[in-house]
Ligand binder design. Structure first.
Ligand SMILES: *Cc1c(COP(=O)(O)O)cnc(C)c1O
Length: 354
């Protein structure tokens, strides 16, 4: 198998960069000039190219549209203090893409091909990486089936693509969330740990019900008892209970977030006690009642660190204390930002220069 493919580059003749208002970026609405694509056919990846971002033709019978053979990643590139650009833990996203691919009977992609497509795309669209504090270039790698065949079996052909979006903050104020104890996002033994498209489609309806009630997001609970915290939307959930950092342990029903992993590493660096274990909604609400729920927040690439201000539980809302600069969520957000912008020491070797 050939690992390094020559990438054919067709630069755009009409950059859209000047049309974008970098002071008012809405998440996911502005797309950079180019996209990377490579096709899997006859058992190998071929035809790697970078072309202007735009629509493309696919078979109406492809198995991504009908049976959900579609997976994705979400990662970011950051403008560095010295003017350069760096990616945050890209190999973690590459590894997770491949683990999602295996779960969905899709082909894996080599580290070389992933990193080569990614770096060449970002170099070409380097001017799209914002430099204002809190802003970054969101990167969306994804793969889908391309066979024109309507039977239920894994496709023989696939396309892997990457496009990017300059973005600001995902949530701009503290969140109102509620425990979901009826609907289920994923079950033990299911595909909740994979970033496959179907997980998100099925979560939209229960999320919309909660949004109609004035919440931003749900906190999913486990499928069998509806008691144990899973995660929140596209974020992992972290609580600070009586000074300890507590988060649900990973399982086949929880997505193994790169932000979660990073926040836990920084918590340990700060000398805090970290507990990865089962966390019940009852434990969280009892801690709240006793004044011991110091903080709750969601963590994810898009949302970064999103503090939770209110938690709905069994029909009532409970407020969390306001956080100040000494709160763990604030300190860890600042530490992560410093690493991502090159202003702080990258002691874990997380950043990869483009
Ligand atoms: C992507 C995602 C996360 C966060 O993962 P990161 O790697 O931190 O971005 C958490 N939960 C779900 C369901 C997700 O899709």
């Amino acid at each position: 198998m050939i690992d390094i493919l020559p990438i054919q580059i067709q630069p755009t003749a009409a950059s859209r960069l000047a049309e974008v208002d970098f002071d008012h970026l809405e998440f996911g609405k502005a797309f950079s000039d180019h996209m990377f694509s490579v096709d899997y056919r006859d058992g190998e990846w071929q035809n790697a190219q970078i072309v202007p971002y735009g629509d493309m033709a696919v078979s109406p019978a492809n198995s991504a549209l009908h049976y959900g053979q579609a997976i994705f990643e979400g990662m970011k590139a950051y403008r560095q203090a010295d003017g350069g650009v760096a990616l945050f833990r890209p190999l973690d996203n590459w590894a997770r893409l491949n683990s999602s691919a295996e779960r969905m009977c899709m082909p894996t992609i080599s580290e070389e091909l992933f990193m080569q497509g990614l770096t060449e795309l970002i170099r070409l669209d380097e001017k799209w990486v914002p430099s204002a504090p809190g802003y970054s270039l969101y990167i969306r790698p994804f793969m889908f089936a391309t066979d024109g065949f309507i039977g239920v079996r894994p496709s023989d052909s696939y396309r892997f693509m990457i496009f990017t979006c300059p973005v600001g903050l995902y949530f701009n104020k503290p969140l109102r969330v509620r425990f979901e104890q009826k609907y289920v996002r994923s079950a033990e033994g299911g595909a909740g740990y994979a970033k496959n498209a179907g997980n998100y489609g099925a979560a939209m309806y229960p999320t919309k019900l909660a949004q109609n009630e004035g919440y931003n997001q749900l906190i999913w609970t486990d499928a069998s008892e509806h008691q144990y915290v899973e995660e929140s939307g596209t974020m992992n959930a972290i609580f600070v209970i009586d000074g300890r950092v507590v988060t649900p342990a990973l399982s086949t029903s929880i997505l193994d977030g790169v932000t979660r992993r990073s926040v836990l590493a920084l918590a340990r660096d700060m000398g805090l006690t970290v507990e990865e274990r089962r966390v019940s909604s009852r434990e969280v609400m009892e801690a709240q009642a006793a004044g011991k729920l110091n903080e709750a927040f969601g963590v994810g690439t898009a949302a970064t660190i999103a503090p939770i201000a209110t938690i709905g539980y069994q029909g009532r809302d409970y407020d969390l204390p306001a956080t100040d600069a000494s709160a763990f969520s604030r300190r860890v957000a600042a530490a992560l930002d410093a690493i991502r912008t090159g202003e702080g020491a990258d002691i874990h070797d997380w950043m990869v220069r483009v």
